[in-house]
Write a protein that binds this ligand. Sequence first.
Ligand code: NDP
Ligand code: GUE
Length: 284
Amino acid sequence: MTAEIINGKALADELRNEMKVEVEELKKQGIYPHLTVVLVGDNPASKSYVNGKEKACRETGISSDLIELPTSITEEELLALIERLNQDSAVHGILVQLPLPTHIREQQIIETIHPNKDVDGFHPISIGRMMAGMNTFLPCTPFGIVTMLQSKHIPMEGKHAVIIGRSNIVGKPVGQLLLNENATVTYCHSRTKDLQQFTKQADILIVAVGKPNAIHANDIKEGATVIDVGINRLEDGSLTGDVDFESAKEKAAFITPVPRGVGPMTITMLLKNTIKAAEGLEKL
Ligand SMILES: NC(=O)C1=CN([C@@H]2O[C@H](COP(=O)(O)OP(=O)(O)OC[C@H]3O[C@@H](n4cnc5c(N)ncnc54)[C@H](OP(=O)(O)O)[C@@H]3O)[C@@H](O)[C@H]2O)C=CC1
Ligand SMILES: Nc1nc(=O)c2c([nH]1)NC[C@@H]1CN(c3ccc(C(=O)N[C@@H](CCC(=O)O)C(=O)O)cc3)C=[N+]21
């Protein structure tokens, strides 16, 4: 079997065009959706992601501003900035780019962002609402993955979804969203014994490890759907995922590429959450 490639970039463009219309409608009502992005330090990868987010906002008619801070900023100063953004009624969404320097406690920062402005969906209140299946800001990468599966009418109900990775931003929440969609979910991680025993059972395999070639064709079941979340920059500057795409695409039924797979969908869901934040919480 040769897999159908799920073009995340094309789907992202399509959804962004729809959102553009929604944003225009909001503006007619006097609501100007606005995202504030906070970037601490000068990590080149973070800068590049943040640029992508700003460009996507512009294209959708969402206004955004970037607050760049030196690595030397203290946790107190960053918390004070977030408190100020929480109070600012012109700011609908707040995104603090991760990772943060080690002297700043990430969890403190995440918990200070007002849940009504938590467009990343990382606040414990957002996570709790997601677990309870309530309306909330869903974390962007998991939300993007489920949206991709739905766009291709790939059934989740009753299917075995195997997740490799258990981070708070990808692995754990994507498993929860798939569970909400009635999949049977297995989590694997670095302490999993005999990983292949699990991956070979997966109808839907989500790979969020952060290592090139973590998964090959012989790890997957014929006809599976393979979602590659990994973003790895190689020495030659090119980007690659966690899956050996060339071999896996001969065995899977559906597969996402890197680049132009999950990444653009992550940004698109951020735009969606920002619009939702601007529309106001009464809808939450
Ligand atoms: N496309 C997108 O929009 C996004 C892409 N990413 C990318 O996705 C990847 C994962 O990100 P993130 O979740 O933040 O990463 P983390 O490093 O936080 O998590 C990686 C996970 O993989 C597990 N793992 C590591 N090695 C193995 C192994 N050999 N076998 C099985 N499991 C293993 C770890 O296990 P343990 O918990 O035991 O350590 C951990 O749970 C990265 O490449 C990142 O750049 C991230 C966010 C968005
Ligand atoms: N608070 C916070 N929220 C995040 O959502 C967040 C974060 N911190 N820290 C880092 C990760 C990573 N992430 C990506 C977003 C888009 C692409 C993306 O658009 N990738 C393009 C390629 C981009 C390129 O060429 O560099 C693609 O895969 O086609 C990738 C990765 C969001 N993250």
